[in-house]
Design a protein around this ligand. Structure first.
Ligand SMILES: Cc1cc2nc3c(=O)[nH]c(=O)nc-3n(C[C@H](O)[C@H](O)[C@H](O)COP(=O)(O)OP(=O)(O)OC[C@H]3O[C@@H](n4cnc5c(N)ncnc54)[C@H](O)[C@@H]3O)c2cc1C
Length: 361
């Protein structure tokens, strides 16, 4: 794997991080712990990114990442600081199902446990962001409902053009925020590429980001509050070779969740790509039918909704943990640098922050 070019930043810089997913918040915390001022900008209401939780009248759904693994010892050490927010999910034996609900194989390494934050997937990043957000780490902040749309470098300083949504009125207003000594983009590769295209200063490595491939994913969420006990199969989790569906999981089998019977269904990358512009109602009908074929559950759900992820899981990563331009003071990180898992986002954000902290003037 090629080593990233060593970035340098001046002492006590003010760093802007765009994106409050696990990569951005890991990078922010590490820089703040090294004594830097950090402001994180996030377009959504809360932190977490694709480690997200969707509310429903029948309980929440982890409609992005389903679980995470703990293979990197640095991730394990970081998780130990907020140990109360994570629990082991007894789902690391995963069935492989065919399109007719037959088990083809059982996979899973018992030592490679599946972990989930409680009470929902977004709880981990929220917990890690809290010291930045609520002032424990001095000079740091997380600014939500603020989408960065343009980057401008004037001399040695960066100014960011932002669309800021007022939480009470919902009105969006364009503002310029600055001055920052360094800017980190911790957002999906396609969005990073588009934002860099808006910049008056472009790093040499910009075109490399365009080589990264990330698949879309339609996610279906189903609730069966009418069932007073688990329905359907005896298993809770399966990978599937059904052409429409790659993953089904009983959401209510996760620790710290509501026990109302709920399932999350992820469409296959290929089907998601072919149907990326379909109307949500059509996607719900097609995926619910496939779910019935895989699980045998043909009861009409009381609640069904879908979410479309345009950038879900990386198919072709960058192949190194981050990119950084020490002349322009501009860097990128995110899961897509290394792979398609939560841990890849963590490692990417961490390695960028350690490199920046080590190379202060
Ligand atoms: C359907 C699905 C299933 C998955 N399943 C698993 C799984 O089971 N296990 C696993 O380990 N991983 C899984 N993943 C992958 C995992 O979710 C990601 O690897 C990880 O969450 C990526 O973190 P990140 O910080 O790199 O990016 P993100 O989580 O995408 O964070 C980027 C953040 O930037 C914000 N943003 C974007 N543009 C702007 C802008 N212009 N201005 C301000 N903010 C902006 C976004 O709102 C977002 O909050 C799954 C992902 C999806 C979508």
């Amino acid at each position: 794997m090629p080593r990233p070019k060593t970035p340098t930043v001046k002492a006590q810089p003010h760093v802007a991080i765009i994106g409050a997913g696990i990569a951005g918040i890991t990078c922010a915390r590490t820089l703040a712990q090294a004594g830097m001022r950090v402001t994180v900008f996030e377009k959504s209401r809360g932190c977490g990114g694709r480690m997200s939780t969707r509310r429903s009248p029948f309980g929440d759904f982890d409609h992005g990442a389903q679980y995470f693994t703990m293979r990197d010892p640095r991730f394990e050490a970081a998780l130990a600081t907020t140990a109360q927010t994570i629990k082991r999910w007894s789902a690391n034996t995963v069935r492989v199902m065919d399109a007719n609900g037959q088990v083809l194989a059982t996979t899973g390494n018992p030592s490679d446990a599946h972990w989930v934050p409680v009470p929902g997937m977004n709880a981990l990043v929220k917990a890690w962001a809290a010291p930045l957000q609520y002032g424990t780490l001095k000079g740091c902040n997380v600014v939500s409902q603020t989408r960065i749309v343009k980057l401008r470098q004037h001399g040695q300083q960066w100014a960011l053009e932002a669309e800021v949504t007022d939480p009470s009125s919902g009105v969006t207003d364009t503002q310029t925020v600055g001055n920052f000594d360094h800017v980190v983009l911790a957002i999906p590769s396609a969005q990073a590429h588009a934002l860099l295209a808006s910049s008056n200063e472009k790093p040499d490595w910009q075109s490399r980001i365009a080589d990264v491939l990330v698949d879309p994913c339609w996610t279906l969420m189903l609730a069966y509050p009418q069932a007073n006990q688990p329905i359907g199969p005896h298993w809770n989790v399966a990978r599937s070779i059904h052409h429409r569906v790659s993953w089904v999981a009983r959401e209510s089998s996760k620790p710290g969740r509501s026990t109302v019977e709920r399932w999350t269904v992820q469409a296959s990358p290929q089907w998601s790509q072919e149907h990326v512009n379909d109307a949500p109602d059509r996607v719900i009908a097609k995926l619910t039918k496939a779910f019935g074929e895989i699980t045998g559950i043909r009861v009409t759900p009381s609640h069904a909704e879908v979410h479309r992820w345009l950038y879900a899981q990386t198919r072709r990563p960058l192949g190194q943990p981050f990119l950084s331009d020490s002349t322009r003071q501009l860097s990128v990180c995110g899961d897509w640098c290394l792979g398609n898992r939560v841990e890849n986002g963590f490692v990417s954000g961490l390695e960028l922050a350690l490199a920046l902290a080590q190379n202060q003037d």
